[in-house]
Design a protein around this ligand. Structure first.
Ligand code: ADP
Ligand code: MG
Length: 151
């Protein structure tokens, strides 16, 4: 499913729509070139969840957590892993967390990625982006269906 964003605000709106459908336990993969808007999208998720902390890219720490009312937002940036496995991630695979993984394509261990929502962002021009959202697995197919009804 492809969705156009014409500015940062649009991306925040898209993120809030996704955020409203999260219950805990979801895994969302974010891919796209540097500057595509992966971190901006997660900032939008955090804002929608009323997280007041400033969300910054966890490039050096690899993982950051932010607690919200419903669940903990786990923000991963796998870029620096560059093909190494990231075993710490297994500790977060439960319904208390929703995990957003920037650069999931850089993860070596993908065994836990049986089902997920995958978002690829393409840079079109200075303020325009195209989001391509895909689901793998039953849970995420119905997630996407519900999202489709709400957009
Ligand atoms: P990434 O995490 O993919 O490297 P960032 O989110 O850090 O990308 O950076 C995206 C940059 O693009 C930000 O400076 C943001 O303000 C800008 N931007 C411009 N238009 C958009 C848009 N439509 N959606 C998201 N970000 C946008
Ligand atoms: Mg980023």
């Amino acid at each position: 499913m492809k969705i156009k964003s014409k500015n940062e605000q649009d991306t925040y709106i898209l993120a809030s729509k996704i955020a409203s459908l999260l219950n805990g336990g979801e895994i969302i993969l974010l891919n796209g070139d540097l500057g595509a808007g992966k971190t901006t999208f997660v900032k939008g998720i955090a804002k929608a969840l009323n997280i007041n902390e400033v969300v910054t890219s966890p490039t050096f720490t690899l993982l950051k957590t932010y607690s919200s009312e419903k669940f903990t937002l786990v923000h991963v940036d796998a870029y620096r892993l560059d093909g190494s496995s990231f075993d710490e991630l297994y500790d977060y695979l439960n319904n208390d967390n929703v995990i957003f993984i920037e650069w999931s394509s850089c993860l070596a261990n993908t065994d836990f990625l049986q089902e997920y929502l995958s978002i690829s962002i393409t840079y079109k021009s200075k303020n325009q982006r195209e989001f391509d959202i895909n689901a793998k697995g039953k849970r995420y197919l119905s997630f996407l269906k519900e999202f489709d009804h709400n957009v």
